[in-house]
Design a protein around this ligand. Structure first.
Ligand SMILES: Cc1ncc(COP(=O)(O)O)c(C=O)c1O
Length: 392
């Protein structure tokens, strides 16, 4: 499972957009919401499905455990997972966070998270809490507060609630901010040693070098966002040999982590088994200047839009910007939630560009992101976005 000469050549000759399926007639300026899969990974994924189908009994009964665990170990190397920790696959960050919280929450303390947590996961936690005979609490953070104010507010809430589990985002989806999780983990431990800490780092794999933060009880990331593995590929990282197990246990459920997650009934495994190839492509792209490519596009596109719209170039406090995403305020009136929900569709229809909007502190922001296939041209029609939305 190594890079083909064709893939190497595309990377080395900087024909990076050809690593993905050609885009349709919509300019993609919002990679982070869903991610796209490398073509080479899709090819391998399809080949593994064919192989599985040739002899499913051999695959599921005899082969797949070791292959899944070898693939997970390779992902662990890409992520820089420490030797005493291990990686297990799950289908997405949403289920991975809920698995971790499900394993740790107790009636002794609530599940605590923040308003910067991902909406789908907050809904999930609200629903999960009563099933675990506990409650849900949410601390209200300043949406674009600096690391110190965010840290203080989280610690105050830990002191107030003594949660059995806290879920913190490493990179916030709505504000594209890198939150101070490294500093918070030991501070939470000191205040409340019984609290289990789950880090939702859905955006971190691929975007950050050495993304796994030390000291968390569980760290979760998607591989189908920035690593460009197949849709339906995420990881959960925790101590090797621990008793972390899925909520719905199956054949290997009583074994130590990560084997506890390996065999959860008959399941589609090709996404997981093809994921190491995505990390190999990412490693080579990063060595060839992927960070610089993305940073420059977002810098140039963001500054161009901010200048055209007469707004500040980036509202995020210094040092807290997620590197492959950018946030720009829009010079428009505050939108209702319903209008906000429809805004991306209007821009897709009228400007043929896929973007995402977010709103906080009474202002609306556009969140831009980029990957190796993007060019500056993908963002240029957005200059018209405020006028399109102001007539809405
Ligand atoms: C911080 C965060 N957590 C979780 C998710 C959910 O990811 P998925 O839909 O792959 O479960 C997202 C998606 O954007 C996210 O930004």
């Amino acid at each position: 499972m190594t890079l083909t000469p064709e893939t190497r050549e595309l990377i080395d000759t900087r024909e990076w957009s050809e690593l993905w399926q050609p885009a349709g007639d919509i300019a993609l300026a919002n990679h982070g919401s869903y991610g796209r899969t490398f073509l080479a990974v899709r090819t391998l994924h399809a080949a593994i499905e064919v192989e599985t189908d040739q002899d499913p009994a051999r695959f599921f009964r005899y082969d797949h455990h070791d292959r899944i665990e070898a693939a997970a170990d390779e992902i662990g190397e890409f992520l820089g997972v420490p030797a005493d920790h291990a990686v297990a696959f799950t289908h997405n960050a949403s289920t991975a966070v809920l698995e971790a919280v499900g394993a740790y929450a107790t009636p002794q303390g609530p599940i605590l998270t923040t308003n910067l947590g991902y909406g789908g996961i907050r809904y999930g936690l609200v629903g999960l809490a009563p099933r675990l005979a506990t409650s849900y609490e949410e601390v209200e953070l300043d949406s674009i507060g600096d690391a110190a104010s965010i840290g203080d507010a989280v610690l105050e809430a830990v002191e107030q609630y003594t949660p059995s589990v806290i879920v913190l985002d490493q990179i916030s989806s709505a504000t594209a901010m890198r939150l101070p999780v490294e500093a918070l983990i030991p501070a939470i431990r000191a205040l409340s040693p019984e609290t289990r800490i789950v880090i939702d780092a859905a955006h971190a794999a691929g975007m950050e070098r050495d993304p796994v933060v030390a000291g968390a009880d569980a760290w979760v990331s998607n591989l189908h966002k920035w690593v460009c593995a197949s849709t339906g590929t995420a990881v959960i990282v925790t101590e090797r040999g621990s008793d972390m197990a899925p909520a719905f246990r199956s054949w290997t459920g009583d074994e130590a982590f990560p084997r506890s997650f390996t065999w959860i009934g008959t399941d589609a495994k090709a996404a997981y088994l093809s994921a190491p190839l995505a990390t190999q492509i990412m490693d080579r792209l990063i060595a060839a200047g992927l960070d610089e490519h993305i940073t420059k596009i977002l810098h140039d596109a963001g500054d161009e839009l901010a200048e055209a719209w007469g707004v500040s170039p980036d509202p995020r406090p210094e040092g807290s910007a997620a590197p492959w995403m950018r946030l720009i305020e829009m010079p428009i009136r505050s939108l209702t939630q319903q209008e906000l929900n429809g805004a991306s569709l209007i821009i897709r229809n009228q400007l043929k560009t896929d973007v995402i909007f977010t709103q906080f502190q009474g202002s609306t922001f556009i969140r831009l992101s980029a990957h190796g296939y993007n060019t500056l041209g993908d963002y240029e029609r957005l200059v018209e976005a405020p006028s399109v939305l102001s007539s809405y």
